[in-house]
Design a protein around this ligand. Structure first.
Ligand code: ADP
Ligand code: MG
Ligand code: MG
Ligand code: MG
Ligand code: MG
Ligand code: MG
Length: 622
């Protein structure tokens, strides 16, 4: 198969001796962006969402719905169709990008939404428009869905065309190379991750134990996979193999979809503050949006895609996973996986001893002290330097010939962009972009994708209003990073939205020390009586002060009500709804298996819900 872009890849081995040089060159590019961007002020609150679409092949005769691996060729068609179809004549209404799976495509608004409250309401129409555009290019036996994880991803006969196993790229015995985008960067990252850590990536995902799930369930590993190859799924019990399903490809993670929102801040200081606060809320957003209760044809004991991704992008060597005895040293502390919560809060740029975030940054961060020193010499404060040095201490996993030349030319950003695009934290601080003129932006990344445009719109609106209310009210949500890590683990569990509690800051004691209590998602979102105000009340108070027209406010309230009902349990999460659909299906044998016929009916139900009907699947489910 011909590459779709010029192949200038440089192999992992050839890059290896140059890693420190490449890292430094990338870091210097970033520092130039920082230098130019640090004085930006009063940038408007522009924002945009990202939604990933899954293309299905639907065989009505046999009742089979499979992943349809042809989307890569559709990206150009979609962008052309979007360009041809914009009444205002300024910019197209949507932009389309390739994604990790060959059955996936990402759509964003054609240009960011503006900073007014009426603009906030443009997102739902834009999402509908995007879905219609994609549908208009679908053949009669195709359909598109917004699905976090296809329940039969990696099960037998899950895709079309069928593809060859095992995969050459990943060694997977379940997900063929044909499921993976033909974009070379993904191939390179995939190959290099395996080279770097020296093992096949295997995770044990705990199976949901139903009435007839075999006692001591075992998902037998292919004979070629030895115990030395195994990488265990962190923290989620049991550790496997008993009562676990093995997932043996990066694409259980990169083949899942998410909902992201990026918000532009007036300046760097505000961006740093919002980055910190949204990072604390990431586990809450994850459990609130949970939408991935099954994969590989099995119901799982977890509800989200996050741990698939956390393990999928993980290229750490053993010493980097556990660190050494002197874990407090930046050179011997453990690395985080590339896909994870944040390494450290950024705080303000006031770097004196009274540093406000130091007590919360209680998990050691690994970085190269030389890169840290480079940041400090450039004028960055301590915690921003730690943040950057840790990003640029990662090996470059997608080396290209062009990265070896001209990277010190003024304005070059290629290397910097590649390094920052190869870590995937819950929250991202995006530096100004000279090419587009964008300013400092914060990207909120933990949310799972919902089936319907109205739900995705509601969550996007919620996040943007949360950002606005946070900037306005300046609440203090800081919890130690160690608490945040624990919260992320809890957020993945089944029905976390109703059953889990999260370490949350509720105030301070009479000596001024922070008080952390265990709060449910409902208490965090809707508030406690006599305790924490709640994020929705915070937003409503903020909106009350904004002189909105009644009609605008009513529409905004409708979006927010959905979030409140989700948190209170009045509406199920997509994961709960999907789980319940599967468990009540007449062909389900209470054995945790999501068979092809069950999956087909589930996809049909989801598709039906995205027709024009006013009732959502959630209202009819109860
Ligand atoms: P990435 O995949 O790196 O996160 P994308 O280009 O896919 O980036 O998505 C970026 C998102 O940010 C889109 O929703 C886009 O509309 C939005 N966006 C673009 N420019 C700005 C800006 N200046 N301020 C805020 N959001 C922006
Ligand atoms: Mg994107
Ligand atoms: Mg992307
Ligand atoms: Mg994407
Ligand atoms: Mg993004
Ligand atoms: Mg709908």
């Amino acid at each position: 198969q011909l590459p779709v872009e010029p192949d200038t890849r440089v192999s992992y081995e050839d890059c290896l001796p140059y890693q420190p040089v490449l890292q430094r060159a990338g870091l210097l590019q970033y520092l130039a962006l920082w230098r130019d961007g640090r004085t930006r002020a009063d940038d408007p609150l522009l924002w945009g969402d990202e939604v990933e679409y899954t293309l299905l092949h639907v065989d009505k005769d046999t009742g089979m719905t499979r992943l349809n691996c042809r989307l890569r060729t559709l990206v150009a068609e979609l962008n052309e169709a979007a360009a041809a179809d914009h009444p205002q004549g300024d910019s197209p209404r949507s932009i389309w990008h390739y994604e990790g799976g060959r059955y996936m495509v990402e759509g964003t608004p054609g240009s960011p939404y503006g900073d007014t409250f009426t603009d906030l309401l443009a997102v739902e129409g834009n999402l509908r428009c995007r879905r219609r555009l994609l549908e208009s290019l679908c053949h009669s036996d195709e359909a598109c869905v917004t699905l976090t994880t296809f329940p039969r991803l990696g099960a037998s006969d899950f895709m079309i065309p069928s593809g060859v196993l095992p995969s050459q790229l990943t060694g997977s015995h379940t997900i063929p190379d044909l499921a993976i985008t033909d974009h070379l960067r993904y191939h390179q990252i995939t190959e290099n991750a395996a080279k770097r850590c020296g093992t096949t990536c295997i995770l044990w995902a705990p199976i949901y134990r139903d009435l007839r799930t075999p006692i001591n369930f075992i998902d037998p590993l292919p004979a070629t996979i030895t115990p030395e190859n195994l990488r265990r799924l962190y923290h989620i019990h049991p550790p496997g193999p008993r009562d676990c399903v093995y997932l043996d490809s990066l694409y259980y993670g990169f083949g899942s979809c998410s909902l992201q929102a990026t918000v532009q801040m007036p300046n760097l200081a505000r961006a740093r503050y919002l980055y910190d606060q949204l990072s604390v809320l990431a586990p809450v957003l994850l459990s609130l949006t949970a939408a991935a209760p099954a994969t590989k044809g099995y119901l799982l004991e977890t509800d989200t895609r996050w741990h698939f991704l956390r393990s999928a992008g993980d290229d750490r060597r053993l010493d980097e996973m556990i660190g050494t005895a002197s874990r407090d040293s930046p050179t011997t502390a453990p690395f985080r996986p590339r896909y994870d919560s944040i390494t450290n809060y950024l705080g303000t740029d006031n770097d004196d001893a009274a540093d406000s975030v130091a007590p919360y940054n209680d998990v050691p961060v690994r970085y190269d002290p030389d890169h840290y020193a480079t940041c400090r010499q450039a004028g960055l404060d301590h915690w921003y330097s730690v943040h950057l040095a840790s990003i640029f201490t990662r090996d470059l996993m997608s080396g290209r010939r062009e990265f070896f030349h001209g990277q010190d030319a003024p304005g070059a950003t290629g290397l910097s962009d590649t390094f920052t695009a190869s870590v995937w934290p819950t929250t991202k601080l995006k530096p100004p972009c000279p090419r587009t003129g964008a300013g400092w932006r914060v990207e909120c990344r933990p949310m799972e994708l919902q089936y319907t445009d109205s739900q995705n719109a509601a969550l996007a609106v919620f996040v943007v209003l949360l950002a606005r209310a946070i900037l306005h009210d300046e609440p203090n949500f800081y919890v130690p990073i160690s608490h945040l890590d624990d919260n992320m683990v809890r957020a993945a569990r089944r029905a976390a939205v109703r059953q889990e509690t999260f370490s949350f800051r509720t105030g301070q004691d009479h000596e001024g020390a922070p008080v952390y209590e265990r709060l449910s998602v409902n208490e965090i979102i809707n508030g406690q009586s006599g305790g924490f105000t709640g994020l929705l009340p915070l937003i409503h108070t903020y909106l009350d002060g904004q002189n909105l027209e009644a009609v605008t406010r009513t529409k905004i309230n409708r979006h927010l009500a959905l979030v409140g009902d989700r948190a209170s349990g009045k509406l199920p999460t997509c994961a709960e709804w999907m789980r319940s659909f599967i468990q009540h299906h007449p062909q389900y044998h209470q054995d945790s298996i999501v068979s092809a016929p069950i999956n087909h009916d589930l996809m049909m139900a989801i598709l039906q819900d995205n027709g024009d009907s006013a009732t959502t699947a959630f209202e009819t489910a109860e």
